[in-house]
Design a protein around this ligand. Structure first.
Ligand SMILES: [Zn+2]
Length: 284
């Protein structure tokens, strides 16, 4: 109880801030999948040593923070939810600074610019529970939550430790849930949108492979890697849940990418994100 009211309040508040966005889905479903890419701010001031790099070994130390909406002919999948809850924005266009995160745009107006409201979302998935990905997770508790059992258990443990903000996702506890046991899930049943289990960074980290008609297959990589240099050097961050599993998951996804001539989008990579269109434009 209270959630509906909170969402309505949030939509009203954000539409005051951005009067031109549409809150209703305006288009009929597309004939093939498309991906909308959202901007959830910047993460700055990171210490490269946390990721086992020296400054001079990285092209770019800062992160972008991103999330995605996948629209399929039979429904929608929201993947990740930013760092800063929309309710933390003042509505006057000013940036919100919380720790290492600086965000300038709330998420739901961007979703609206794509033509969707939270109530239109069929499925919701997180790459993992870290707080830079869960900011607006509560807004999607009306969707079916796709989560690995090990991740969910960690998120709802008595006193979860680490980079975690349970208040941003606690409404998921009662969401309709598709619980996965370290396994993949073909979301719409036609092989075009597949959540893939990639444990290691966290107990139940996942990525999403999307088969696009024009662009080919894209893998939304979450935090399987943070920097492109992790891919070329094989280094892993210092704070992995299980380094061996991270390496196994990376090897599995690299095989998938090669076998499917697919492209990996590293979620925090500034160059990758900058090259992608933003709503109302999309990739298909
Ligand atoms: Zn992250």
């Amino acid at each position: 109880m209270g959630m509906q009211h909170w969402i309505v309040g949030l939509v009203l508040a954000t539409s005051l801030a951005a009067p031109t966005v549409q809150a209703q889905r305006s288009e009929s479903p597309p004939a093939s999948p498309r991906i909308y890419v959202f901007d959830n701010g910047a993460i700055t001031g990171l210490d490269p040593a946390l990721f086992n790099f020296r400054r001079d070994e990285l092209q770019e130390v800062d992160f972008v923070n991103a999330s995605y909406l996948i629209v399929h002919p039979r429904g929608t999948l929201m993947f990740d939810a930013g760092a800063v809850p929309d309710s933390h924005f003042k509505g006057d266009g000013s940036a919100v600074v919380e720790g290492v995160v600086t965000a300038t745009q709330p998420l739901l107006p961007q979703l609206a610019a794509a033509g969707y409201a939270p109530g239109d979302i069929t499925y919701f998935a997180l790459s993992h529970y870290h707080s830079d990905h869960t900011g607006n997770a509560n807004a999607f508790a009306g969707a079916t939550w796709i989560v690995q059992r090990a991740e969910r258990e960690y998120m709802f443990a008595d006193s979860p430790q680490g980079i975690i903000q349970p208040t941003t996702y606690d409404a998921l506890r009662n969401a309709t849930t598709k619980l996965l046991d370290d396994e993949d899930f073909d979301v719409f049943g036609d092989g075009t949108v597949v959540v893939m289990a990639t444990p290691g960074h966290t107990p139940g980290h996942q990525v999403v492979a999307v088969k696009l008609a024009n662009r080919g297959t894209v893998v939304l990589g979450g935090d399987l890697y943070h920097y492109p240099e992790e891919r070329t050097t094989g280094r892993v961050p210092t704070f992995e849940f299980d380094v061996d599993k991270s390496r196994e998951s990376r090897a599995r996804i690299e095989r998938f990418l090669a076998a499917n001539d697919a492209t990996l989008w590293i979620e925090h990579d500034i160059a990758t994100h900058a090259a992608l269109p933003k709503p109302p434009s999309y990739v298909d």
